[in-house]
Structures are given as C-alpha cells and as structure tokens.
Ligand binder design. Structure first.
Ligand code: LLP
Length: 432
C-alpha cells in the first residue's frame, strides 16, 4: 500500500488503482498516464463533509488543482461549490454542472470579460483583491445592469510556513488587500450601488501542515468583521481559502475537522455564529487521488549520479522543477528480489531542471513502469506541451472500471491551430 494513497494498493505483487491493475492501463493507454481513483476523491470529500456535520458551511473545490470535467462533476455531485480563478475555469465548472450560486471567483487579475461572464452566470461572490479591481467590477456590473456580490480578500500578513512560491498571506505577496486598508475599501464598496457586500475572505498559502496560521488569520479577520458590523456593514460569509496539506512523504496534515472545529468555536464565542464558513480546498481533495504512470526508457550510469530516464517529464509534473517538491516513486511491479540502487528519475526534456525525483533507492530496469505518487493535484493542471510533447491521457478508476476522461493529445493537435503566413492549415501527419 502506498502510505499516502490507500486506493493505490499492491495486489499479488502488482500495483492497482482500486480494482484495476495499473499495468493494464499502461499497456492499453500508454504512458505517461495520469490515473485517478474515484473512491479516493470521495473519501477526501467525506473528510470535509464529516468536519462540517451539518454546520453552516460551503466547501468550494479549488479548481486549479485539477480541472478535468470528470473530477469537477464528481465534486458537484457530492455537493461541492467551486473556487475559480478565470473565465476558463468558470466555463469548465458550468460545463460540469456546477450551481452558479456555489461559485466564488478569486484571483488578482480578473478581466472585464471574465467579470461579465461571472455576472451573467450569477455566481455567489467575487473575491476582490485590490481597490482597482473593486472599481472595475462595479463598472462592469453597472454596464450590464447587475449588482455584483463581493467579498474582499484580506491579506492578514501571517506566515503559513510553506514554500515561498505557494505562500500567499504575507504582506510581501501580491495577493489581497492589506488588512489595515480593508475597512475603508468596504466603505467604498458600500457607496457603489452596483456592488453588494456579502463576505470577507483570505487564502494564506498551500500545503500548510498546521492549523495555527489559519487561526492567526481568523483572529485578524474576526476583528475586522466586528469593526464592520459596528459600521453597519453586515457580512454573510467568511471564506478562509484553501491550503490544507496532504501527505507526500511523512507530513501529518490536520484533518479538516481540526481546522473547522476551532473556527466554528471562535465564531460562536464572538457572537458571529450566523456567518457561513467557506473553504476553498484544492490539493487536499485531489492530491492523493492520483498517480502519474511512466515507463523507464533507459538507465544511464553517470560518474557521480545514476539516471533513470523515463517517458514523463517536467512538462507532465512540474512540481519538482518548480518547488523542488518530493513525490514518491513506486515500481508498478516491484522487483523484490533485486538489490536497489540509487536513481535520479529524470525526463527526456532538454533542461537539467527536468527531474521528477532524486536519489531514490529502486530496483528497476528499462521497460518497467513507475508510479509517481500524489499526482492528483497541480500535475495535469500545470502540464504544458514543452518540447512539443503531447499532454498525457487521464483515467478515472471506479472500482473495477476505468474511464478515459481525457485522451492523450495527438502530435497534430500540437500545431493544428498554427498558421504559416500565406499558407492553409497544415494537414495532419501520422503521429503516435
Ligand atoms: N484558493 C485560492 C485563492 C488559491 O489561490 C488556492 C491555491 C486555493 C484556494 C487552493 O489551495 P490548496 O487547497 O490546493 O492548497 N502549484 C502549487 C500550488 C499553488 C496553489 C495556488 N493557490 C503546487 O503545486 O504546490
């Protein structure tokens, strides 16, 4: 059993996703291949549902973590709302069947067309990140004769103790409105008839392993909410963003209840029990519901390091290159009788940064399949076609059944939209 991924389990020496042997999927669909487990999605969701147990809350799945329609549809079916950051994500969640009144729209650079689309859809709330954006939303809403529901994303200046690239709640970060400016901006919002104030929000970072930073942020937000109430500005919801960690290796992330219990307790203690609590979890709902399957192409023994060159690369799983992130590596058919050697798992891309894992003890040979663990979040959604590599296929496993939820891109699709000036579109040539 993968320690962090109970739905990806060894059965008779072969790694399975639920009831489906991974070699079957790798031979049928090729590699690299993302494989997701529906049961794992449901279990992660249940963690949040249990933590709420009937209290006033809304879990808005952070779509950027994995935006495949099948995943969105599953969460929609389970009762999730959605946290989106672009017009593209809005279109996706609507295509997956989302109820517009469960959608919150975050992001520092919302454009007029995206604001218009969200107003047309009738979303729950715009999480506004600056004074300029507040004015823009008011203008766009007035132009189309609507009232925009808004929340201010407050930057509480707390340290989430995570990787600097995924820390968002410090005053040095580009996100949110400084907490000391929030009150004045709420007053400005109140003066604009095209805006309707509905809440306050923050998002302090990602892969956060303790609840302390949220509770520090909460304390600051509650002070603001009380001040606003005294000014006659009543809020309906408090959105604490996403960020709950998952286990990649030996992390022990808090259960959602460990976050929500003190949040509800603090609200009640301060007479704010009427507020709806919103969370925007992404990674913790999908991260450990997926693996990335890859085939070992070549073993290369260098003078100082040994490289296992695989057919997945940084374009498929960017996290190691970008954040030096750690992903477990598991042979799909472990060679238990062979002595492990130490390998760097690297891709075919022409960059030294193209590595997926380093210094891993593994007994492997060319042709073996490996599972890169915890690849359900920020893997496919951050994938690119760099080096003209078609993006990999995605499979959703449900018990004994495997659904192809996104076919592998073809080589022709890589350039089908491109034009040589003065020439017609290039005809398809045979690709893999
Ligand atoms: N809400 C907002 C406003 C966000 O910016 C994010 C993530 C989330 C919710 C979801 O956070 P989560 O629960 O997934 O931590 N690519 C990085 C992670 C970037 C997170 C960006 N914002 C990675 O691979 O670690």
């Amino acid at each position: 059993m993968l320690p962090s991924q109970p739905w990806f389990d060894l059965r008779e020496g072969v790694l399975h996703a639920e009831g489906v042997p991974l070699p079957e999927l790798a031979s049928r669909y090729g590699t690299p291949l993302y494989v997701y487990s529906r049961a794992a999605l449901q279990a992660a969701w249940q963690g949040y549902a249990d933590a709420l147990h009937g209290r006033r809350g809304l879990i808005c799945y952070g779509v950027k973590a994995n935006s495949n329609l099948a995943i969105l549809h599953e969460f929609q079916r389970l009762g999730a709302g959605f946290d989106i950051v672009s017009g593209g994500e809005l279109a996706r969640v609507l295509a997956a069947g989302a109820q517009p009144e469960t959608i919150v729209f975050s992001g520092v650079g919302k454009q007029a067309w995206e604001i218009r689309a969200a107003l047309d859809a009738g979303i729950l709330c715009f999480n506004v990140e600056s004074a300029g954006e507040l004015e823009c939303i008011a203008r766009v809403a007035a132009d189309c004769g609507r009232q925009a529901p808004i929340s201010l994303r407050v930057n509480p200046d707390v340290d989430a103790h995570t990787h600097p690239y995924i820390s968002t709640g410090l005053k040095d970060n580009k996100f949110g409105v400084p907490i000391q400016d929030a009150r004045a901006l709420y007053h400005r919002a109140r003066s604009l008839p095209a805006l309707r104030i509905v809440g306050v929000d923050c998002h302090i970072g990602s892969q956060i392993t303790t609840t302390g930073p949220w509770l520090d942020a909460l304390d600051k937000l509650l002070g603001l909410i009380e001040q606003l109430a005294a000014d006659g500005i009543a809020l309906q919801h408090l959105d604490l963003g996403g960020g709950l960690a998952i286990r990649y290796t030996d992390e022990t992330p808090p259960h959602p209840a460990e976050l929500l219990d003190p949040v509800f307790a603090a609200l009640h203690a301060r007479g704010l029990g009427h507020l709806q609590v919103v969370l925007e979890p992404g990674r913790s709902l999908v991260g450990n519901a997926g693996v990335l399957l890859t085939e070992v192409l070549y073993l290369k023994r260098g003078e100082t390091r040994q490289f296992a060159i695989v057919d997945a690369a940084m374009n498929d799983l960017m996290r190691p290159a970008l954040y030096e992130a750690w992903h477990g590596v598991r042979p799909v058919r472990p060679r238990d009788d062979d002595t492990p050697e130490t390998w760097d798992i690297v891709g075919p891309i022409c960059e030294s940064g193209d590595w997926l894992a380093r210094g891993r003890p593994l007994a492997i040979a060319p042709g073996d399949w490996l599972a890169l663990e915890s690849a359900g979040a920020y893997a496919f959604s951050m994938a690119s076609q760099y080096n003209s590599r078609p993006r990999a296929a995605e499979i959703l496993v449900d018990g004994d059944q495997a659904w192809l939820v996104r076919p592998r891109e073809t080589v022709h699709e890589l350039y089908a939209q491109e034009r040589i000036p003065g020439q017609p579109p290039h005809p398809e040539v045979r690709g893999p």
